[in-house]
Every structure is written in C-alpha cells, then in structure tokens.
Design a protein around this ligand. Structure first.
Ligand code: SF4
Length: 63
C-alpha cells in the first residue's frame, strides 16, 4: 500500500466535505482553487478525495 496518500498530505483537509459535514474516509484537497462554479452566485467546490487516494502533487505534512 502506498504511504504517500492523501491522508498524510499537507493539502488534505480531513474530516470535512464541501457541506461542512464530517467524513470518516474522505476530505478536501486544497492543492488547487475550488472548481466547477457554473454560475456567478454559486460557490466553487473543493475536490473531495478519499484518504487512500494520491496524486503527483503529494507533499508530506509538516514538510
Ligand atoms: S489529491 Fe494530491 S495534493 Fe490533493 S491531498 Fe491528495 S495527494 Fe495531496
């Protein structure tokens, strides 16, 4: 199992979703700005990632 997963990434905000609801196995990726803002008065959404997801932008927490 990979160790450089979202749950240990500096850009992962754990236990939160776009609704402010707590999530056990997922969180928000804060690497990029919010996405998908279809209307001017709609808010953008942060990508939701699972704790075992990963990507090439991984940065270790407390680095
Ligand atoms: S998607 Fe990439 S940048 Fe975002 S939390 Fe996961 S590893 Fe970090």
């Amino acid at each position: 199992m990979a160790t450089n997963t979202c749950s240990s990434c500096a850009f992962f905000e754990d236990h939160m979703a776009n609704t402010g609801e707590t999530k056990k196995d997922a969180g928000l990726c804060r690497f990029n700005p919010p996405i998908s803002q279809p209307e001017a008065d709609a808010r953008g959404l942060w990508p939701i990632v699972q704790i075992n997801d990963w990507c090439g932008h991984f940065e270790k927490e407390d680095a």
